[in-house]
Design a protein around this ligand. Structure first.
Ligand code: ADP
Length: 219
């Protein structure tokens, strides 16, 4: 199967970090920035780089951007350029357009013009760090809805040697351990007899309240 090709527009801190990671993951990435210095800095890392203004439709067409599977607009402060670029990319027919938004209003406009995915890196990172500060064992979480969340919690030393039956999260708190990530592999849908060890990671699904009480009483 052909691997997806990405174009990242705006090679500031966010765009360049995203583009580098896509390369690390084995994908081809074209990086575009109107600033020559930003482009030069990425020229040895990305598959192709171009110095260009992405609000110029002729430039986007001549670069064959419509043939890319996904375009990420990572333009920072210039909201007008971000919106214009996103409209042009959708117009040209790029399958998936992902755009970084700086504010809720910017995000709303992007959604209205049909951007496939709007991301709020600063807002989301702020929320993530706050969660990690209040619960130090929290490694990561995904909000499934307003009520339901999946969290990854590291197993503290004092729970080492205990099995899931001892903790009984479903009966006592209503949340379920759906996987245990161990050094030597992942146990999916663990049984009550599965033993926990320090440095294991429990993947738990439940409502925010259920997970919070499990975390505060057990972890
Ligand atoms: P970050 O917070 O991710 O560092 P920046 O605002 O510093 O964001 O970076 C955004 C990048 O987007 C800059 O390198 C800037 O040159 C680039 N950029 C802004 N407008 C355009 C445009 N119209 N075409 C191409 N690149 C652009």
């Amino acid at each position: 199967m052909k691997r997806s090709q990405y174009v990242v527009i705006g090679l500031g801190r966010f765009g360049s970090s995203l583009a580098k990671e896509l390369i690390n993951l084995g994908y081809e990435v074209l990086g575009i920035d109107k600033d020559e210095e930003a482009v030069d800095e990425m020229s040895d890392t990305l598959t192709h780089v171009v110095t260009a203004d992405s609000t110029d439709e002729d430039v986007l067409r001549s670069l064959g951007i419509r043939n890319f599977d996904c375009a990420i607009v990572a333009i920072g402060d210039d909201i007008q350029a971000s919106i214009l670029t996103a409209i042009l990319l959708k117009d040209i027919g790029v399958k998936t357009v992902v755009t970084k938004a700086l504010s809720e209003l910017h995000g709303k406009v992007l959604q209205k013009i049909g951007v496939d995915r709007v991301i709020f890196p600063e807002r989301d990172m702020g929320i993530r760090v706050a969660h990690q500060l209040v619960s130090p064992n929290l490694l990561d979480y995904i909000e499934l809805s307003n009520d339901y969340t999946i969290v990854e919690l590291s197993v503290p030393k004092r729970l080492s040697g205990r099995c899931l039956k001892d903790l009984d999260p479903r009966a006592k708190y209503g949340c379920s351990v759906v996987a245990i990530n161990k050094k030597h592999g992942v146990i999916i849908a663990p049984s009550a007899a599965d033993m926990l060890e320090e440095q294991d990671v429990m993947v738990i699904i439940g409502t925010n309240d259920q997970i919070e009480s499990f975390e505060s009483e057990v972890i």
